[in-house]
Design a binder for this molecule. Structure first.
Ligand SMILES: *Cc1c(COP(=O)(O)O)cnc(C)c1O
Length: 492
């Protein structure tokens, strides 16, 4: 069963949690109990990605029919990934890069968003749900396209994606604006990601507006990582990479390892925390931020303060000052105390700042926080390429840059996995610049070709084909008009 982080009552099934997206009190759904792995890790060694996903996810989504769940998972992880194993684990620079970007939109969001539409559709069918679901997403660039790709053409569901105008890369923008499917809508918002995400959250909590949609036979749901159906599939690759290291004898059974996660909304790293709670031997979860280092300070001194300048960086998917999923961590480290979470979230909304108690602080030892300045990130891309002839994107570079600092400071020699969250080709301009290539006058497609020549890797087809795709969306609005935009698009 699932419940809100902000109140005691109102248990819902996982299907209801997936359909609703966010709890009625504004809190996030959390599992009442994080299940413990009920077998030894050794017994998982022969599982492929689909089998392991099924094994892990069914422990969280146990109201799903077992066979139907497996069907959903099979449909999610198929040939739309350009590697048969779904992900790659590559040893370079003394660490392991877990490439999570082999899906259709070239970012790790595909790992969950290939599955969420199937889970939602199944939940709607099982619940004999008569309403049409409207997925609202705020995107810092990657979620939007991954959600449009996942939900495009799915019957009974419409998807509206809001992105901050100027806050995404040209490639990300092209990806979204060329999305096909009668049920897809893309809107540029005059504001940054936090504005956009806040407004979307506000819309979810707007009773009058939701009732109006209800009368028109619509119900809102979310494809952001506030939806528990996004979070749970992400637990799987922590286990999968561990198992791969075991099989290749890079680690021994029960050896604990580190994961470094380039973090924005705290969704990916929270999935790692859940994996640890399930029993995966994780030493540190290293939370890597860019110059928007609000999480670094939080992990350092227990004070979350969003009252600070917002920076637009080369890792735009992490340009976030309000990390939504931290609320779920607060819930766990407060000893599942809803009133504490509610109070902290009230402070955040009203004052933009909150401080946690000492006992909560002491529960944060699973994490280590660090950040990378733009110059460090660029140098890291260059260094990894010069030393290992291996291309990484700016988000992954933030992670590796933070790891180097961690290593320097702690001398921790434990094996470490770096989560590679996007293809370098998706951020070709930033990557070329970091490599010292002159980018003036070249568009993203020319830069992809340049990167391809330099690295000897082919431009991923899903990106090169964007060049000839038609732009199908041209909506834009002010951050205060998002609600009206929805009304317009749904004709209510
Ligand atoms: C979304 C995203 C992140 C941040 O992940 P969170 O779950 O929001 O912390 C990092 N890198 C890339 C490329 C992303 O798309």
């Amino acid at each position: 069963m699932y419940k809100s982080t902000r109140s005691k009552a109102n248990f819902v099934t996982s299907m209801e949690a997936i359909i609703n997206g966010i709890a009625a009190d504004g809190g996030l759904y959390v599992p009442n109990i994080i299940p413990k792995l009920n077998t030894s890790i050794e017994s998982l060694l022969e599982f492929n990605y689909v089998e392991l996903s099924h094994y892990i996810i069914k422990q969280f989504l146990n109201d799903f029919d077992d066979k139907e769940l497996l069907d959903c998972i099979k449909k999610a992880y198929d040939e739309k990934f350009d590697t048969p194993e779904i992900l790659n684990l590559v040893k370079k620079q003394g660490v392991y890069f877990l490439e999570l970007y082999h899906g259709p939109t070239l970012a790790f969001k595909d790992m969950a968003l290939s599955l969420l539409p199937h889970l939602l559709k199944n939940s709607l069918e099982r619940g004999n749900f008569k309403k049409e679901v409207v997925i609202l997403t705020a995107t810092s660039g990657d979620t939007g396209k991954a959600a449009l790709e996942g939900f495009g053409g799915v019957e009974g569901i419409k998807i509206i994606t809001f992105y901050p105008e100027g806050g995404v890369s040209d490639t990300q923008k092209m990806q979204m604006l060329t999305s096909e499917g009668d049920n897809t809508f893309v809107v540029a918002v005059n504001g940054n990601f936090d504005d956009t995400q806040n407004e979307v959250k506000g819309i979810f909590n707007d009773k009058v507006f939701n009732e109006k949609l209800m009368r028109n036979n619509y119900i809102l749901s979310s494809a952001n990582s506030i939806n528990i159906g996004r979070l749970i599939p992400q637990i799987v690759y922590y286990f999968y990479s561990y198992i791969k290291l075991l099989k290749s004898k890079d680690i021994c059974l029960n050896e604990s390892i580190n994961f470094v996660v380039p973090t924005g909304n705290f969704g990916n790293i929270l999935a790692g925390y859940y994996a640890k709670k399930m029993g995966l031997p994780i030493n540190k979860l290293i939370c890597a931020s860019n110059e928007n280092n609000v999480l670094y300070h939080f992990l350092q001194d227990g004070i979350y303060d969003r009252n600070r300048p917002f920076f637009m960086t080369n890792s735009p998917s992490m340009d976030i000052l309000i990390s939504s999923n931290l609320e779920r961590l607060l819930y766990e480290v407060s000893g599942k105390d809803e009133s504490v979470v509610k109070g902290l979230m009230k402070d955040l909304a009203e004052k933009g700042i909150y401080e946690i108690s000492n006992s909560m602080k002491s529960e944060l030892a699973d994490f280590y926080g660090g950040y990378s300045l733009e110059a460090d990130t660029d140098n890291t891309i260059k260094e990894v390429f010069s030393n290992s002839h291996y291309l990484i994107d700016p988000h992954t570079a933030v992670a590796y840059s933070v790891y180097k600092k961690y290593l320097n400071k702690t001398k921790d020699s434990k094996k470490t996995v770096i989560l590679s969250t996007a293809s370098p080709f998706k951020f070709s301009k930033s990557v070329c610049t970091a490599l010292g290539i002159n980018v003036t006058g070249l568009d993203d497609f020319e830069l992809m070709d340049t990167l391809s020549k330099v690295s000897g890797i082919k431009v991923p087809k899903k990106l090169s084909e964007l060049k000839t795709k038609k732009i199908l969306h041209n909506n834009s609005c002010d951050k205060h008009e998002m609600k009206f935009e929805i009304e317009k698009l749904l004709k209510v």
